[in-house]
Write a protein that binds this ligand. Structure first.
Ligand SMILES: Nc1ncnc2c1ncn2[C@@H]1O[C@H](COP(=O)(O)OP(=O)(O)OP(=O)(O)O)[C@@H](O)[C@H]1O
Ligand SMILES: [Mg+2]
Length: 282
């Protein structure tokens, strides 16, 4: 039985990249009207590999969320192709992925437990079983005993933990994360980053993580991709992060290698941030 299952898993997930952007371009109707378009990203070719923690950094407004939306299947490229485990999305949702948005996505009328269970119930898990899984995940993200609380009764950090439990309870093969911790204070943020790394290390999902914070990107990732300033954004550099794991994010920032990597990546990113700043002021 186990062997059969294993074979099934191999068939379902062949040895292709987890996410493959192939010359993806996304253009929107321009604010100027008159049928003009604004090309947010152009010819983006990028892969996320199986079990990899990949971070995307780039100036504000350059197209990071657009890339995640394409990977989630929420947005169809104007041209190019997006494939998940070797299969083109072709306008459908990426059902192998959970998406953690920058803003809280908890339902205010449901308590933490029901929020986490909701996705499972939607996918057909019987309610009692879904609630059991939800309780288990709330414990794992540090919310033991808080399952009865509604979003307005939780702190920002607790809501983020509940959101993480909600995403992970679905046991996705892929996690898409859009600046999930940017609204948190630095201490809570570092706690959450460490917890995310521990949860990720347990079964190595493929993660595509978007952040403004270069230090966060380096501390968490296997690879950091730098995007150019918009319009027509594309990846302009990528860096392998060869820091040992397991990592403690506050400590790793003090190491010599971290500082070297930071200097090298910032050298590229800084130019794009300055270009972006100049364009928004002109
Ligand atoms: N639906 C849309 N219609 C028109 N323009 C859009 C749309 N979505 C995004 N854009 C534009 O595309 C560009 C990229 O947007 P996106 O949200 O991907 O940037 P971002 O890098 O995530 O920004 P931030 O760092 O501020 O979150 C921006 O200029 C934005 O105004
Ligand atoms: Mg964004």
């Amino acid at each position: 039985m186990n062997v059969l299952k294993h074979k099934f898993a191999e068939q379902r997930y062949p040895a292709s990249p987890t996410i493959n952007f192939d010359a993806v371009t996304c253009a929107f109707a321009s604010n100027e009207g008159g049928g003009k378009t604004y090309t947010a990203i152009r010819d983006v070719t990028l892969t996320v590999n199986d079990g990899e923690f990949l971070s995307i950094v780039g100036p504000t407004g350059c197209g990071k969320s657009t890339l995640l939306n394409v990977a989630a299947g929420l947005m169809r490229p104007s041209s190019g192709h997006i494939s998940i485990f070797g299969k083109e999305l072709q306008g459908g949702l990426n059902r192998d992925a959970s998406y953690l948005f920058q803003a809280d996505a908890l339902m205010p009328w449901k308590n933490a437990e029901d929020n986490v269970a909701a996705g499972l119930i939607f996918h057909g898990t019987p309610k009692a079983e879904a609630l059991e899984v939800a309780r288990d995940w709330l414990v794992r993200v540090g919310l033991d005993g808080h399952g009865h609380k509604y979003p307005h009764q939780m702190s920002g950090g607790m809501r983020k933990r509940a959101g993480l439990a909600q995403a992970l309870a679905l046991n996705p093969r892929i996690l898409l994360m859009d600046e999930p911790f940017s609204a948190l204070d630095i201490q809570t943020r570092q706690l959450m980053e460490n917890e995310l790394l521990q949860l990720w290390a347990a079964d190595r999902k493929s993660v595509m993580f978007v952040t403004h914070d270069l230090e966060e990107a380096i501390a968490l990732s296997d690879r950091v991709v730098v995007l150019s300033a918009g319009p027509a954004t594309r990846p302009i550099a990528e860096f392998d992060i060869d820091l040992d794991r397991p990592r403690e994010v506050a400590d790793i920032r003090m190491t010599q290698r971290f500082l070297q990597l930071h200097a090298a990546i910032w050298d590229v990113l800084k130019g794009e941030v300055l270009k972006s700043y100049a364009r928004t002021r002109s």
